[in-house]
Ligand binder design. Structure first.
Ligand code: A2P
Length: 348
């Protein structure tokens, strides 16, 4: 990577935005300049970067002049409003919100799975939902080997996926409960401390939540196979960092648990932790602060043929968000794709 780029992080003060800055720094992304953007509330805030500090500026339609790559993590509405203006300024956007994921013009990318989709980008590339990312990293090598027919997934998702306010809410509620005070409920519809919420995001007409349908629709788009059937139940649990998933996968062909372990040991971005005799399996505390997607508890589903169960865990703020976004930007640089073919493509 010899060229150097001006990079903006939109939503730099948030949980994911801060991790994006740390990831750009740790991975030595070829950025000659980094611009930190957030709402007017945060103007002047200092954020640590490369031993110095970045001063946060307000995100506006004009923030992207002279910017080559923008990483967005400031919510769907903000991306919908500002990403087209970034593209108009000739800036390539990698967006972590759900705003552009199912838009046909936007590739939805997990570099280990479908980096080739970047070749057709028109200025906005979408970063998938955190639960989807960690699942497809594991499913993709297995699909190539034995063709997936159906996936049944249940998630156990950390509060950091909701953002900094939710991290603070769990922290506060635990303290309040230990101090015999009534826990304050603001972010979630119910108390999250010492509880599990079978609702992530809003309910849709089909009685699934939006998060559940994201897993269904995004997986098919990333894996580029409409024959894969998926059903999901997504649950918020009182964990700060690290999403876990129980994944039941039915294949067209037989795949033994050992075959699956071997394939996953070879897979990029995956670490197999699977030794029941030694009580070794992935947990949120294993994954927090790590880049890899961890998989364990791989075993045959004895209730039907050609089916395996497994347990998949990853740091939702890293691989589930900031790291995957930066990896997409790295792939754009590597493939010489930091360019906007049509600056007006997303302007209505
Ligand atoms: P701010 O800190 O100024 O509110 P999280 O998901 O952790 O809550 O972070 C959300 C990020 O998105 C923050 O950086 C937040 O900035 C930013 N953000 C939210 N709404 C807007 C907006 N309308 N314009 C710009 N940035 C926004």
């Amino acid at each position: 990577m010899s060229a150097s780029y001006t990079v903006a992080v939109a939503g730099a003060t948030g949980a994911v935005g801060r991790e994006m800055l740390a990831t750009l720094e740790v991975r030595d992304f070829p950025a000659s300049k980094v611009v930190a953007l957030a709402s007017a509330r945060s103007i002047g805030t200092s954020l640590p970067f490369r031993g110095g500090e970045l001063t946060v500026r307000e995100l506006t339609e004009d923030s992207f002049h002279g910017v080559d790559i923008a990483l967005f993590s400031a919510g769907g509405g903000t991306s919908e409003r500002f990403a087209p203006h970034a593209v108009r300024s000739g800036c390539v956007v990698v967006d972590n919100s759900s705003a552009w994921r199912m838009d046909d013009r936007c590739p939805l990318v997990v570099p280990e799975v479908n980096a080739h989709a970047l070749g057709k980008h028109k200025g906005i590339i979408a970063n998938p939902n955190c639960s989807t990312i960690q699942m497809v990293v594991v499913l993709s090598p297995l699909h190539k080997a034995a063709s997936i027919r159906r996936v049944v997934v249940s998630t156990y998702q950390a509060v950091s996926g909701t953002g900094q306010k939710a991290v603070a809410e769990l922290d506060n509620q635990v303290r309040q409960i230990f101090n015999m005070a009534e826990p304050e409920v603001k972010v979630y519809p119910h108390r999250i401390a010492f509880n599990c919420l079978p609702q992530i995001d809003v309910f849709l007409e089909n009685d699934y939540t939006k998060e559940e349908m994201k897993m269904v629709l995004e997986t098919v788009k990333i894996m580029e196979d409409e024959k894969i059937k998926i059903t999901a139940t997504t649950v918020r649990v009182p964990v700060f960092y690290g999403h876990s998933e129980s994944v039941n996968v039915e294949f067209e062909r037989r795949l033994s648990a050992n075959d699956a372990r071997s394939l996953l040991r070879e897979a990029k971005g995956v670490v197999v932790l699977d030794n029941p005799a030694e009580k070794i399996y992935p947990m949120p505390i294993t994954a927090a602060g790590e880049d890899a997607v961890f998989v364990g508890r791989i075993r045959v589903d004895e209730s039907q043929p050609n089916t395996l169960n497994m347990w998949v865990v990853a740091d939702n703020v890293r691989k589930g968000a900031a790291l995957n976004t930066v990896q997409i930007a790295e792939a754009l640089v590597r493939e010489n794709l930091v360019r906007v073919p049509d600056p007006t493509a997303f302007l209505n």
